[in-house]
Each structure stands twice: as C-alpha cells, then as structure tokens.
Design a protein around this ligand. Structure first.
Ligand SMILES: C[S@@+](CC[C@H](N)C(=O)[O-])C[C@H]1O[C@@H](n2cnc3c(N)ncnc32)[C@H](O)[C@@H]1O
Length: 294
C-alpha cells in the first residue's frame, strides 16, 4: 500500500487550522476573539513572525484562508469547545478526540475536568510533532489525558482504544473535528458503528462534514473553489461528503439521533454576529456541523 502524505510527514491541514486559531486570538474585536491561546505554541518560528506582525498576518490569512475558511474555523472551535465543556460539566467519564491535530482542549479546560479520561488520537507523525512541542515548551500533560497514536486506515479503532484504557459502556463524548472528509465511506461507517456499539446511551458524537456537491466540484457554494485549492496544496484529498438534506437519514441509518445541526448561515448568526448586528464576516458554505446522540 502506498504511504499517504500524513503517514510520511504529518498533517499540513492540522497546521493550517491551528494557524487560523492562533490568528483568531489576535482579533481586535474581543467579541469575536478566538479562545485558543495555546495554538501559537505549535507555530514554527517564521509563522510566529507572520502571526505577530499585523500586516503580515492579514496578508497570510488572506492567502491561506480566503473566502470564509478562517471564519468557519473560528465558529467551529466555539461549537466544539461548548460541547467539550458541557461533557466535562455533566461528568462524562471519557472523551475521545478522533484526529485531534493540535487540539488543546484537554489543556485549556483542565480545571473543569472532574475525572474524565481524554484519549487524544492522531497519526503518529502529527502527534509526535505535537508532543515534541509540548515537551519543549515544558507544558505538563494534564491528568487524564492519554495520547494514542493510530492510523485510522490501517488499524482497528476498537483494539487501539481498548489497549489505551478505553472502557465500553461509559458515557463518552467523541470529537471528530475536520476529519470525516479525509476518510473513505467505509472508515466513516466503521467509526460510527464502533461508537454506537461501544459507548453508553447518552453518549455524543460531534463532527463536521463537507457537502457532497463540493466533491463533485459543482462550484455552487461560497468559498468552495478556494478551500478546495487549499486542501489540494496540502495533498490531503477530500473523499467523503453528505448530500444536503440527508444528514438526519444518514444518522438514523447508523442508529444515532440528531441533536443539533449547524449550517454555515446558522454558524454566522450564532458565532459571528454581535447583538448590535455587527458581523465579523461570512463563513464558507462548504461544511456543516452535526451533534448526534446515542
Ligand atoms: C484537518 S486536520 C484536523 C485536526 C484537528 N481536529 C483540528 O480541527 O484542528 C485532520 C487530522 O486528521 C489526522 N489524520 C488524517 N489521516 C489520518 C489517519 N489515516 N490516521 C490518523 N489520523 C489521521 C491528521 O493527522 C490531522 O491531524
């Protein structure tokens, strides 16, 4: 089997979204300022220069995240943060980060953790970089956080998680942020089947997906062409999508119930619009976010 780019070098898209989150922390308007103050530690020195010099940051964001990608990542971070904190507050015993990249939630919300085990799963290359930076910055691993290297295409999620201490039958939250589009339909089905069969009633999975028309290159959505270009440059192809209007049926087929669904316009209203009507910007229309329960 040919080695994929993430197997060889780690994920560039994990770096891009992390850079977007770092830039969001520099937002002038505090109502829209991003919450991920740790994101910047993962930036290489040249990217830190770009981050800290306002005109360079603006130029870079315009080139890397044209037409609403940055705005989407900002809104997505907020949705996933909210679900994560809610699970900690409700006393979920396990949280599984599937394809975590530079996810920092276990660190940012550690004071809210009352005993949950957090499994941070990613491919070895990406995870090795993250751990190496955390070590170099002398950032201690919070209690309950377990790093689990995995190749979703080559290893069995159930076996790898069981070896890491995951327990079946527990109330568990699964965060699957920015990942489904990179997996084939079999891997998506397999992951949902694992979650459905292993986690207790009341468990939750939150994930985002690409609208299927994007994979067909219909170019009918705001921001579609630009984000496809970004992904192609990263050599991390999108292969999975869901048709508009099909999400509830898709979840029912996998025996999940839909708890909430966020279209790009829902996200704009909820996360990018202030009470006085000021809007930070427009979100690219290629993705939706869904929260589903067992
Ligand atoms: C777009 S990034 C999203 C990262 C993070 N969840 C975020 O939102 O910033 C996709 C992640 O999936 C991981 N990934 C891609 N293919 C994988 C595979 N075959 N096995 C394990 N992880 C993989 C990448 O390393 C990367 O961290």
């Amino acid at each position: 089997m040919v080695e994929s780019k993430v197997e060889r070098k780690g994920s560039s898209t994990a770096g891009y979204t992390c850079f977007s989150r770092a830039c969001a922390t520099r937002e002038k308007d505090e109502r829209f300022r991003g919450p991920d103050h740790l994101a910047e530690i993962f930036m290489p020195p040249f990217a830190r220069v770009l981050l800290n010099v306002p005109f360079l940051r603006k130029w870079c964001m315009h080139r890397m995240f044209p037409t609403g990608i940055h705005e989407y990542v900002l809104a997505r971070t907020r949705v996933f943060d909210e679900v994560f904190v809610d699970a900690l507050e409700r006393g979920f015993s396990q949280i599984v980060l599937l394809g975590s990249g530079m996810d920092t939630r276990a660190f940012r919300f550690q004071e809210k953790n009352r005993g949950a085990t957090i499994f941070d799963l990613d491919i070895y290359t990406t995870q090795h970089y993250k751990r190496e930076v955390l070590d170099r910055k002398k950032i201690a691993t919070p209690g309950g956080l377990v790093f689990v290297p995995i190749n979703f295409n080559k290893q069995c999620l159930a076996d790898v998680l069981a070896q890491a201490g995951y327990r079946d039958g527990q109330e568990t939250l699964f965060l699957w942020e920015g990942v489904t589009m990179y997996l084939d339909a079999g891997a998506v089905d397999g992951t949902l089947a694992f979650i459905r069969n292993s986690a207790a009633e009341g468990s939750i999975v939150v994930f985002d997906y690409v609208r299927a028309s994007v994979l067909r290159c219909e170019n009918s959505l705001y921001g579609e062409k630009a984000i496809r270009g970004t992904v192609a440059r990263a050599e991390e192809d999108w292969v999975f999508g869901i048709e508009d209007g099909a999400i509830e049926g898709f979840l029912a087929e996998h025996d999940f119930k839909m708890l909430s669904h966020h279209t790009p316009s829902d996200l704009e209203i909820a996360y990018l619009m202030a009470e006085d009507g000021t809007k930070l910007g427009r979100i690219n229309e290629t993705h939706c976010i869904v929260i589903a329960g067992i």
